[in-house]
Design a protein around this ligand. Structure first.
Ligand SMILES: Nc1ncnc2[nH]cnc12
Ligand SMILES: [Zn+2]
Length: 332
């Protein structure tokens, strides 16, 4: 019998980044969309990125195949099936509404399609789920505000807001007002910061946007006072090792700063970001860092426990998930 994967929460996962080439071609055919690739193999060969922007260009282009509620529900369903096989017990899932509304897909189609599939996640896959609506930081603050207002009738489906897309030149402070509105609506707040952008963006995300978690956060290591603050305040960092290598934030997995982050006392979690594009889902990230960084079982257990500590869960659910992690036996 194959070893049971370590139970874990996934806190940094873009649902659009789970679009596998096979599903992309199936949806393209169903929706009459022509892709600029002849085969899934040819598409996969395009997955060679020199930086975040070169990835984002393909990521947004491929979304053209997502048009109906059923498409979004199918995308979620495919992710949940894979996530369950990777030991995911809880998932907090990002989506990018502006990438769809800009193509004429109504925001209600996106949110209700995603939410419909997520409604069945506990019974069908044993995974509790939350939705986090991200704003594209290379769009304007005004566009984020309009998106938030368009989503208002659906806010009961959403647990929080986030900030993603091209980081450099797009500081968190652009989005002060929409994050304030989200806070007033009782939503959680997270933001990508310190992936390609500077450590100052992490500080700004905390101070100006009031975020509770930082997505990526690698570049905090350039600012010792910030590292001390993040460690003292137990601010979770949702780190994505395979993504960091594929987007060339880190040269090789063996050079990944995750051990330095742990040594600094940071609350690090491990996640997959855009698994279809970056060569692995979340347990594949755990396996890759275990080997490349020579992590022992207790470190892996701590990373899994951190994922539940950092999740937007109630105390009871958190306690139960942490007990699952504590009782996991590693078999190889
Ligand atoms: N790694 C990443 N960084 C910023 N925006 C993203 N959108 C999807 N993946 C992303
Ligand atoms: Zn991300």
């Amino acid at each position: 019998m194959p070893a049971k994967p370590l139970p874990k929460a996934e806190l940094h996962l873009h649902i659009e980044g789970t679009l596998e080439p096979e599903l992309a071609f199936a949806l393209a055919e169903r929706n009459g969309v022509t892709l600029p690739y002849a085969t899934t193999e040819e598409l996969r060969r395009a997955y060679s990125f020199k930086d975040l922007q070169s990835f984002l260009d393909l990521y947004y282009a491929l979304m053209a195949v997502l048009r109906t509620e059923d498409d979004f529900a199918e995308l979620v369903d495919a992710y949940l099936a894979r996530a369950a096989a990777q030991g995911v017990r809880h998932a907090e899932i990002f989506f990018d509404p502006q990438a769809h509304t800009a193509r004429g897909v109504p925001i209600g189609t996106v949110i209700e399609g995603l939410a419909r599939a997520l409604d069945g996640s506990e019974t069908r896959y044993g995974i509790s789920t939350r939705l986090i609506m991200c704003f594209l930081r290379d769009e304007s603050g005004q566009s984020a505000l309009e998106t938030f207002e368009a989503a208002r009738p659906h806010l009961h489906r959403i647990c929080g807001v986030g900030l993603d897309s091209a980081e450099v030149g797009n500081p968190p402070s652009k989005f002060r007002e929409v994050f304030q509105r989200a806070a007033d609506a009782g939503l959680h707040r997270v933001a990508h910061a310190g992936e390609e952008g500077p450590a100052e963006y992490i500080t700004e995300a905390l101070d100006v946007l009031g975020v509770e978690r930082i997505d990526h956060g690698l570049r905090c290591l350039e600012d010792p006072a910030l590292v001390e603050r993040l460690a003292r305040d137990r601010v979770p960092l949702t780190v994505c090792p395979l993504s960091n290598v594929r987007l060339r934030c880190v040269d090789r997995l063996a050079d990944h700063p995750l051990p330095a982050m742990l040594a600094a006392g940071l609350l690090v979690t491990v996640n997959s970001d855009d698994p279809s594009y970056f060569g692995g889902y979340v347990d594949d990230n755990f396996t890759a860092i275990r080997e490349a960084l020579r992590l022992d079982d207790e470190t892996l257990r701590m990373l899994a426990a951190n994922s539940f500590r950092a999740a937007f869960l109630d105390d009871r659910a958190r306690h139960d998930y942490l007990a699952e992690v504590a009782s996991h036996t590693f078999a190889r």
